[in-house]
Design a binder for this molecule. Structure first.
Ligand code: GTP
Ligand code: MG
Length: 357
């Protein structure tokens, strides 16, 4: 039963809805079927709890999570999935809050905010959790905000986010925004699970300084030069011109979409409506030309393969005999006493033999 072993550390980011006030979350206990029913009814505390199960490393929790995600699958897929990346401090969280408020208040829509934090499981940090609670957005009952998994979540953090997206969609969130810090592989991870990638930059700092690599520019559907306010309006405009110029020289995207650049301010709201209209234009175009469907299929296929690799590694790591032998073979390989190929063959044979009844 869900709730028995939860300490509900996830309860904070969501605003306390009327239900949460009636009964404290951690005392409520319900079955996976009940949880699914609640999620489909848009119950944020059930959604939050299901995501906690997804992130859990406990096999019993994982099993419940599998059942819940499976049952929610038919109701998923109906959202615009947007990834937001950029260097630390570019204003991603602030921009997400501004966008979220725009969606909730101006467009009367529902928005879920998730995060992939490649560093959280190393540092114990949490990009959405610690720095900003998105206080203003989280007070809306049409918004669901989930910080990145905290320390202790098992490997494959991106896999949790994929499952969380499906659950948010089943809960009726028609827009899913995913924040990731633009370091290393995280943009690639987020690109593999969204329809639209927004790169947030700032003016006045060269691309080199911002660590923007050509590869990231190539992945972006839109470059938003943020903080275009106060003294920064001109530098932001210049940076927008530069980004536009750089985008112009990139190869044409197979989606048919031409990436664009705009200046915006998460603080004043400048460019927020325009930014979203670009997302909508992209969504309409890629729906009409079949790209969105094609891309999502590719992404799901990729997800399957990635998960398979992770699962195989987990099995291998849990194999005591193979691990012990690995330690020995490692030394032999290092000393040049055996080859990597021979060591691998032996390890795989040992692992396979251990799994044969
Ligand atoms: N002037 C101005 N400041 C902004 C704007 N957007 C964000 N900021 C400020 O920039 C700082 C960083 O903003 P965050 O939203 O936390 O940036 P982030 O990209 O999410 O940062 P990380 O999560 O650490 O990667 C904060 O002090 C914000 O108040 C903006 O449009 N204008
Ligand atoms: Mg942030």
């Amino acid at each position: 039963l869900i709730g028995t072993n939860q300490t509900a550390p996830d309860a904070k980011p969501e605003s306390p809805g009327p239900e949460t006030k009636r009964a404290p979350q951690r005392t409520r206990v319900f079955s996976p079927a009940e949880c699914v029913k609640r999620i489909l009814n848009g119950d944020r505390s059930a959604l939050s709890r299901a995501i906690t199960l997804i992130e859990s490393s406990h096999p019993a929790d994982r099993e419940l999570a599998v059942q819940i995600v499976e049952s929610c699958l038919p109701a998923s897929g109906n959202s615009i999935r947007v990834g937001i990346t950029g260097v630390p401090g570019a204003g991603k969280s602030t921009l997400i809050e501004a966008l979220g408020k725009f969606l909730v208040h101006e467009r009367d829509e529902r928005v879920a905010v998730l995060a992939i934090d490649p560093t959280s499981w190393l540092s114990g940090g949490s990009i959405l959790g610690d720095k900003t609670r998105m206080t203003s957005l989280s007070s809306s009952d049409r918004a669901f905000i989930r910080p990145s998994p905290t320390r202790g979540a098992h490997g494959g953090v991106a896999q949790h986010t994929r499952e969380a997206i499906l659950l948010c969609e089943a809960a009726g969130y028609s827009n899913v925004l995913i924040e990731t810090v633009g370091v290393g592989q995280s943009e690639v991870a987020v690109r593999e699970m969204v329809d639209f990638l927004l790169l947030v930059t700032i003016g006045g700092a060269g691309d080199e300084l911002q660590g923007i690599k050509r590869g990231v520019m190539e992945m972006a559907d839109l470059v938003a030069v943020n903080k275009a306010d106060g003294d920064n309006v001109r530098p932001a405009e210049r940076a927008r011109e530069e980004a536009k110029h750089a985008l112009h020289f990139l190869p044409v995207s197979p989606s048919g979409w031409t990436p664009r650049a705009l200046a915006c301010s998460a603080r004043t709201g400048l460019g927020i409506a325009e930014l979203w209209s670009q997302v909508l234009e992209h969504a309409a175009m890629t729906k009409a030309n079949g790209w969105c469907k094609h891309r999502r299929r590719e992404q799901t296929q990729h997800w399957l393969h990635e998960s398979l690799e992770l699962s195989l590694m987990e099995l291998f790591r849990a194999d005591h005999a193979a691990q012990q032998r690995l330690a020995v073979l490692e030394q032999q390989v290092v000393k040049g006493q055996t080859t990597v190929a021979r060591a691998i063959r032996e390890l795989l044979e040992l692992h396979a033999a251990g799994r044969t009844p």
